[in-house]
Design a protein around this ligand. Sequence first.
Ligand SMILES: Cc1cc2nc3c(=O)[nH]c(=O)nc-3n(C[C@H](O)[C@H](O)[C@H](O)COP(=O)(O)O)c2cc1C
Ligand code: SF4
Length: 430
Amino acid sequence: MVNLVSRLCGKLDPLSIDDYRENGGFKSLEKALFKMKPIDVIDEIKKSNLKGRGGAAFPTGLKWQFVFMEESDEKYVICNADEGEPGTFKDKVLLDGCPLQIIEGMLIAGYAVGAKKGFIYIRGEYPKSRELLIEAVDRLKKEGYLGKNILGSDFSFDIEIRSGAGAYVCGEETALIESIEGNPGRSRFKPPYPPNKGLWGKPTLVNNVETLANIPVILEIGAENYKKYGTESSSGTKLISVSGSVVNKGVYEVEFGITLREIIYDICGGLVKDRNLKFVQLGGSSGACIPADMLDLRLDFDELRNHGIGLGSGAILVVDENTCVVDFIKVTSQFFQHESCGKCTPCREGNYHLVRTLKRITEGKGSERDLELLKNISDVMEQCSLCGLGQAAPTALITTMKYFKEEYEEHLKGYCRAGKCTFKGGVLDD
Ligand SMILES: Cc1cc2nc3c(=O)[nH]c(=O)nc-3n(C[C@H](O)[C@H](O)[C@H](O)COP(=O)(O)O)c2cc1C
Ligand code: SF4
């Protein structure tokens, strides 16, 4: 474990500007405002090789450059604090532990891309974090860290807090933008992308909480020192949210390059009651299910991509042998069916038919044809859905059909090795 981005969490009063300053807070903002041109800040972030921590791992400096290059007198910075991916609770640790660091990251981002206004879009289920942010913004305005001519510079910036209302899709950046605009949270067609046309049609930078919390750290220690953490392709650290059948669940900051095995057995103390691990779901409900014999995979964007796996939000759900894979996937698909915004057919209808088919299989009424159907529907959803929700909804299904095919086949014969599926009225009763 390492304490870099989260080093101040739990160590100071999250609302005390004095505490924050005493611990080096706002030094990076001062450095940016008074010693660096906006393009120098962007170059430093590019040099650090920071990639977005919200799920897509897009290079942060490059995204900032896209917004910077747009000519417009109105630009926006949005901090994505929706944190709706199941099993993900790491942004909350930063929001509650050090909101001033996230806001400092937003201020530096605003200065770099040429924005005067920012929004923090916070998950509706985090009311206390929201109150904290409102208070933090209020105090920062009084102390001259927000508003006109910040710290006596030419740079002015304000922040508004907006709250989600429980829709998972509103974490997707264009649905989030729709929601801030006061519209129903539905993803937009892309392109145009937010850096070109985002909030109210203006160039908009959307970054995750953790990404923004990295910014003051990078400017403080310098890109070269920052790159000493992690691996060649994945610099820095990652906050991971570990849940499921492990002894020590929680949020941990780790360096990229650590293996799943080290996380589960060295950091989290192994599985409860010494159970056997069946698989690990990486990146939340939209992530891949990785079997026990692949635990030596390292947290590294390239290494995971080479295996067709994404790190996503950094959620790690540990699932033990008592879980039925097919039942697990059915529940996952029900989540996506519920959260689909309904705008496009592959996701709206695809999730419905996945759930229907999986129900049939868990009830012992499935056939070989159903397995083919699951594959075909998943293919269409991955390739034709409008946004990441529908594209990633079948990932867990696809990976379990690859690594746990025999469990699906057993269900067709009326056998559930975990003993979860009852097969009432199904094959067993025939
Ligand atoms: C269905 C869906 C939900 C998402 N939820 C979140 C979220 O809760 N928080 C987040 O930061 N990004 C989320 N994203 C990713 C955002 O669209 C976007 O890529 C991210 O906020 C960009 O920030 P980054 O470059 O700092 O990672 C979601 C994407 C999809 C498709
Ligand atoms: S993929 Fe799903 S969530 Fe995304 S636009 Fe289509 S229906 Fe809506």
